[in-house]
Ligand binder design. Structure first.
Ligand code: FE2
Ligand code: FE2
Length: 271
């Protein structure tokens, strides 16, 4: 099966996004080559490329940008050694990288969030939430009662993180968790309003800024309220979505090409 054929099958699996400008495209490689193996990952780091080489895979399906900007322009990087060395690793091994971002997020519920739910084993706890449907954070769960600490430890373990930055009282009892997407720009107030709801105890955001919803959560906890934020980091919050993607891509290629999920691993270490 050619690399292009694999990508065609993935795009036909996704809902159409019409003819709007999209970042979903090949970032490098030779789509006409025979596909020797597929790697899925959230972020195509140098370590992920090395793993793909070890696996003999020549197609990486990634969710986030490869070269540090949304549409992955490279003209501004031409003379930078980090870019040239990373690019050489890909080109020397004829590895193609295809970004699947807008298409996978066009599913309802969101393809990344749903995959995260499946991999967390929280699918059974999903609650249908009319206010969230249609937004990027259309995932809301009602878990068996737990504490902020227990929840943070569960997330740390299942996402394979080095640590979780927690805002709130670690011993507070919680059950409702909402994935909030990015708490930036026009979504800051919406995220804070989300946390104000009686049926939201904990937010798990992607990109954050400290002084809106996060600050609200701290004040709420200091006033004895069971509000918390588990700040796992943007890429970490979506990584399990690409782990789940390896499963439906394996079905799409009908076992003709090996598919492996390679973690881009926690961006952060903690000292
Ligand atoms: Fe993202
Ligand atoms: Fe995303």
């Amino acid at each position: 099966m050619k690399i292009q054929e694999v990508v065609d099958r993935i795009l036909s699996y996704h809902p159409s996004i019409g003819d709007r400008l999209t970042c979903d495209s090949f970032k490098c490689g030779h789509p006409e080559d025979e596909c020797t193996g597929i790697v899925t990952t959230c972020c195509c780091s140098v370590q992920v490329i090395r793993e793909a080489i070890k696996l003999g895979a020549n197609l990486i399906i990634v969710h986030e940008p490869v070269f540090y900007m949304h549409m992955d322009p490279t003209d501004w990087l031409e003379n930078d050694p980090v870019y040239t060395e990373k690019r050489a690793l890909l080109d020397d091994h004829r590895i193609a990288v295809f970004r699947d971002h807008d298409h996978i997020h066009s599913h309802r519920p969101d393809g990344i969030r749903y995959g995260v739910m499946k991999e967390l084993g929280w699918e059974q706890y999903m609650v249908f939430d009319p206010q969230l449907v249609g937004t990027k954070s259309d995932i809301h769960v009602k878990l068996p009662k737990t504490t902020v600490r227990e929840l943070a430890l569960e997330i740390k373990e299942k996402m394979g993180l080095n640590g979780v930055r927690v805002i709130g009282n670690l011993d507070a009892e919680v059950e409702y968790v909402a994935f909030a997407g990015h708490i930036t720009g026009d979504r800051e107030q919406k995220a804070t309003q989300l946390l104000m709801r009686d049926d939201v105890d904990v937010l798990i955001p992607a990109e954050v800024i400290d002084w809106t919803a996060l600050n609200y959560a701290r004040d709420a906890a200091m006033l004895g309220k069971n509000k918390a934020i588990l700040n796992v980091g943007h890429i970490n919050s979506e990584e399990l979505g690409m782990k789940y993607a390896a499963k439906w891509i394996a079905e799409l290629v009908e076992g003709q090409v090996p598919v492996t999920f390679v973690k881009s691993a926690d961006l952060y270490s903690f000292v």
